[in-house]
Design a protein around this ligand. Structure first.
Ligand code: IPE
Ligand code: IPE
Ligand code: MG
Length: 227
């Protein structure tokens, strides 16, 4: 079966999952974090080489302070409890997004996590925190303007935060919405899209297996005609 080499997930629906259960939104995020860890391990076990997870967008940064503080605490917990585990499994961590928008200790933990796992050769986990694709594209355009030279697609890709990482083959969005919400707009030009109505904390490893089956049945033509 053809497994995507690079899987990206827009992890949406934590708040609604909690609301349905009359729980605070933070409970949805906590459960979402558990799912995130399990799903990414499952993906690597299935042979995926790159897993990119949309954990916080630049636009999410204007949510109420209380919710953001809860999310930041969860990121701290994630870094504290998972870096050793990633290291043991040979998974390299990469954090993308504007860390200047985050509390300084989270930016520091991200760098430490990246440095601590830099030797990983089995896979790469890309965590998008404070990430926005338009912001990323504009930063690259401005760098190119400053350098004063025209770019090829490869040159442009190399200026993005995902430099060196192949484009995603398969992108899953949970939580019913059918949109990209400012995620990987350049990189997803030919990505296969999959939308699940399940809210992220309810999206199981078996759901991921079903999504992989759906991916394997697709015909990626890249604009060409069938041979
Ligand atoms: C996704 O869940 C996680 C983040 C954006 C941080 P939401 O918090 O967007 O959950 P819903 O969409 O309100 O249910
Ligand atoms: C997208 O979810 C961002 C993440 C999952 C991190 P949102 O909940 O922010 O997206 P919209 O607001 O529904 O577009
Ligand atoms: Mg949402």
């Amino acid at each position: 079966m053809d497994i995507p080499r690079h899987l990206a997930i827009i992890m949406d629906g934590n708040g609604r999952w909690a609301k349905k259960r009359l729980l605070p939104r933070s409970a949805g995020h906590r459960e979402g974090l558990r799912r995130m860890i399990s799903l990414s391990e499952h993906a690597f076990d299935r042979g995926v080489e790159y897993v990119t997870l949309y954990a916080l967008s630049t636009e999410n940064l204007s949510r109420p302070k209380e919710e953001l503080d809860g999310l930041f605490s969860l990121f701290r917990k994630y870094f504290a409890e998972n870096i050793e585990r990633l290291k043991k499994k040979g998974i390299k961590l990469k954090v993308i997004g504007d860390t200047a928008l985050l509390p300084p200790d989270i930016a520091a933990l991200s760098r430490e996590g990246e440095n601590g796992t830099a030797g990983g050769e089995k896979g790469t986990l890309v965590l998008a925190i404070g990430y926005g694709a338009r912001q990323e594209i504009l930063a690259a355009v401005n760098a190119a303007v400053r350098a004063g030279k025209e770019l090829s697609q490869e040159d442009f890709s190399a200026l993005l935060s995902t430099a060196g990482i192949p484009d995603p083959d398969f992108l899953i969005r949970t939580g019913k919405e059918k949109r990209l919400s400012n995620f990987l707009l350049w990189q997803a030009a030919y990505t296969e899209l999959y939308f699940s109505d399940k809210l992220f904390p309810s999206f199981t490893n078996a759901d991921l297996d079903r999504a992989f089956e759906n991916y394997a049945a697709r015909d990626r033509r890249y604009g060409k005609v069938e041979p």
